[in-house]
Design a protein around this ligand. Sequence first.
Ligand code: ZN
Length: 181
Amino acid sequence: MTRLFVTNIKNIFCFFAVRCHKKIIRNYVVDNMRNILSSPFMDMALQQAIDAAARGEVPVGAVLVDYRTQQVLATAGNRVEELQDATAHAEMLVMRMVRSRFLTHADLYVTLEPCPMCAAAISFARIRRLYFGAEDPKGGGVEHGCRVFQQTTCHHRPEVYGGVAADFAAGLLQKFFREKR
Ligand SMILES: [Zn+2]
């Protein structure tokens, strides 16, 4: 798995990381925060995850970006409860918002490893690149479980970069489920 621009915050508490995550750090203290990625798009996805938690949704956020122009095409957090729709995962929502048959011009940033449903949709939409945050050993379908992109029936495999701001994204999920108990 490729990790991009990952900084060990325990050793280098750099200015950029502080500036990038200032708002989030103010609201959420995450134990063992290790991985910080200098990606404003993953920061946006994290903010979507935080907003989802505030709505009582599992905190997962996604951002779809046109890699040619760096324009944000869509942002969303989970809305499964609100819409009473089991398929209303953040990734599905951003893909639907763009309303395009193919998304070959798009990169997807999502705070959690996509489930098999979303991974299949990412493949169908022909998204160029997938950046995800925390791994999901229980429900993920990219690095775990059925590993959708590695199947012979998968006809489009995006480039995959996992572990982006992973500890922070995982911390949001842990905090959410801890408070729900
Ligand atoms: Zn999903």
